[in-house]
Design a protein around this ligand. Structure first.
Ligand code: AHZ
Length: 331
């Protein structure tokens, strides 16, 4: 079997390409041939600017055009996604992996991602202790192959040269999908629920601008907004300033008891997170490190295989639930 196309060629050293996938780089006698000018063919379009800077000018614009270009689209999105098919809470490595697999498999589903931070990506812009490289244990390499992210194959695990390269690629793949809307700087500050004969069912989320959520104590009334959805997937990470949000909310409702994240053990932690990815109460699926708070499983530290494969499993679970119950879930 030939190696995955995204693996660095063994003899290749000092990879300096920026936007191109390794397999697309020019190869001569089995070796990648990078030119000193960074493969100039790529810069042809920009060369059109050469020696024209004296007469250079942008096309004219009126300030209100900029304002309307943004606000029209945002308010249309608020309208369209007020009834979503799936809401993903948290745009970290697990939430975005879930979105990537689900949105790609089902372009007919409307998927809203709610991220508290201005910058999506969660803790996945660096490896451990602010180092650049990112480790994923096999078989998570299959996810990278699908995404088109290059890595070094180290046997049982693979190494992406920079976590930001992984996250940047994942984000762009998710954001280019027409059925996904990312609402960042927006916090999920409660769940929408219904009581039924079999207990509580989650049917949406309560949102607010994160800055508002952070300042509720200083103002008397800043009511939130809502999104209805038959399925919510919570991937808010382990406990922290914002983390484990839905797990903590379910615990405060008495619907579950929190296990509390246990100390680091890479080998047990990653399997437990993937295996534990599931619908915990009707309408609410958990993925990623939020599960460690729910189930009392270990943390794994800087190995990210479980985050992406928990995302794959969360997407699969979502499709199963969707097929079985979406009409009923829509009330
Ligand atoms: O901002 C949070 C982050 O981007 C976001 N989030 C949290 N609460 C939210 C809320 N509303 C909206 N109430 C919220 N967004 O959720 C995202 C979680 O991303 P993460 O990277 O923290 O979690 P993950 O489970 O995707 O990845 C965990 C990565 C870790 S932690 C760890 C360890 O500590 O051992 N090891 C790994 C691999």
């Amino acid at each position: 079997m030939s190696p995955p196309s995204a693996v660095y060629p063994a003899e290749f050293d000092g990879y300096t390409g920026t936007t191109k996938h390794v397999k697309d780089l020019p190869v001569q006698d089995g070796k990648v041939t990078l030119q000193a000018d960074g493969n100039k063919a790529d810069t042809k379009l920009l060369d059109g600017f050469a020696d024209k800077w004296e007469t250079f000018a942008f096309n004219p614009i009126r300030e209100s055009q900029v304002s309307r270009a943004m606000t029209r689209r945002y308010f249309k999105d608020l309208d369209v996604y007020a009834e979503s098919d799936v809401v993903i809470v948290g745009a970290g490595s697990c939430g975005l992996s879930t979105a990537y697999v689900l949105a790609k498999a089902r372009p007919d589903l409307k998927i809203a991602i709610i991220e508290a931070s201005v910058s999506p990506g969660g803790g996945c812009w660096l490896g451990g202790q602010l180092f650049s490289a990112m480790v994923l244990r096999k078989p998570a390499d299959k996810f990278l192959d699908d995404l088109g992210v290059a890595y070094e194959d180290e046997g049982n695990y693979v190494v992406v040269k920079h976590a930001s390269y992984f996250m940047g690629t994942l984000l762009s793949r998710v954001l280019e999908m027409p059925n996904v809307k990312l609402f960042n700087a927006t916090c999920v500050e409660d769940l929408v629920t219904r009581d039924g004969p079999t207990g509580v069912r989650v049917v949406g989320v309560v949102t607010n601008w994160t800055l508002v959520t952070q300042h509720h104590d200083e103002h008397s009334c800043m009511d939130p907004n809502t999104i209805n959805a038959p399925l919510v997937i919570s991937t808010t990470g382990h406990d922290g300033p914002f983390g484990a949000f839905c797990a903590k909310r379910l615990a405060s409702m008495g619907a579950i008891t929190l296990g509390g994240m246990r100390p680091l053990d890479m080998n047990t932690a990653e399997d437990a997170i993937v295996k534990g990815t599931r619908e915990v109460v009707p309408g609410l699926i958990f993925g990623g490190m939020e599960l460690s708070e729910l189930d009392g499983s270990n943390r794994m530290g800087p190995t990210f295989g479980a985050m992406v494969l928990s995302g794959v499993k969360a997407a699969e679970e979502a499709l199963k639930v969707w097929e079985q119950r979406h009409e009923e879930c829509k009330e």
